[in-house]
Ligand binder design. Sequence first.
Ligand code: LLP
Length: 434
Amino acid sequence: MSFVCENIGVNAENHLTFAGQDTLRLAEEYGTPLYLLDEDRIRRNCRLYLEAFRASFVPGSRPLYASKAAAFKQVYRVMAEEGMGVDVCSPGEIATAEAAGFDLAGACFHGNGKTDGDIRYALDKGVGCFVVDNAEELLALEAEAGRRGLRQKALLRLTPGIDPHTYAAVATGQVDSKFGVAIETGQAEDFVRLALEQKHVELRGYHCHVGSQVFGEDVFERAAAVMLAFVAEMKEKTGYLAPELSLGGGYGVPYVVSDPIVDIPAKIASVAKTVKETCARLGIPEPAIHMEPGRSIVADAGMTLYRAVAVKRITGYKNYVTIDGGMGDDPRYALYGSRYTCLAAGRMGEASELRCTLAGRCCESGDLIQEDVLLPETVGRGDVIAVCTTGAYNYSMASNYNRYGRPALVMLREGKSFVAVRRESLEDLLRLDL
Ligand code: LLP
């Protein structure tokens, strides 16, 4: 049997395994719904980027983990140990990174709506670099850094006008995006001139992020070429030569076996080739290159375990397998129609002939995890249902809709397991009510 990621398997009892561990045993020990994260896989994914960066780009280049994909203390500890930078986009992510002991000098602060409070907080914590989204934020940062007598490093977020051919909700590089300032309209040039006038903001270069779950052949190469042409143009017009360029995150991962696999080292080598050739053609030195992978670091390190609570066969219509979780722990199908591989973890030796919809238990018809799933006909109440590739944007987008607590998050490392985030209790849910 071949699975969507090599950390998935089946043992002699025909139970689904993840990172070599029996998922039925994990469901029994920790309860369901349950997020599993394979720490060894996260580290392996980081190393793919780190090694490719060392081999391909000029010194000072680095990958930063986009921690919006999954933010909790243990993941920041892993990033610190692996030598990754991190992208943080809220005071909550900054506080979590700090609590984990992550050195915030290695963090980049994102967001298109930073408030004065957010700016103050990030400066208080010594976040290394701001990715400034717009002119008003730039001036607010200048004012606050000025009050503190600082010179804050910053990149300017620009939109290169590239369509990454992904789903609309996660495309961000196009001219009319809510993020950043457009090169095409000439506004990016004004943004750069304004930044260069500031005394307390040290302009380090430019940033773009074209989208997420990107499979397109040369999307990052095209983005790099547009951004480097802008670097050269600004040098020509203002004399300012950007020493850094961030190309954002976005490489896609397979959720079902028919999805393509992105060869990260090969992709990075190809981007590096474009950077080298373009810089040579434009007559500019190669800037340090940054990337911000989120999904491709944690997605295939994740799996969610549920238990079926009911199987409903609506004669002549359709079948539902209802599970003990739903859009509260995974809103991605409801939001984007995201595909997943869903398996009956205790029945891996049986044929899958029941075509069904995997439904959540929230009071909302749109609360589905996946449609057109094939599970064994024998599946019933109490069976463990596994949803694969849930490491990115599942835990981080979880909510308490219907006042369900969020699942526990268990890390799997070198054949052992431990709780990294405990299950939310009823007490936790009531904690803020006065
Ligand atoms: N950098 C920036 C500025 C970003 O906005 C993002 C993702 C990343 C890096 C990381 O992109 P990745 O490598 O993970 O594709 N909730 C959606 C995905 C939203 C992506 C938001 N930004 C989902 O569940 O598919």
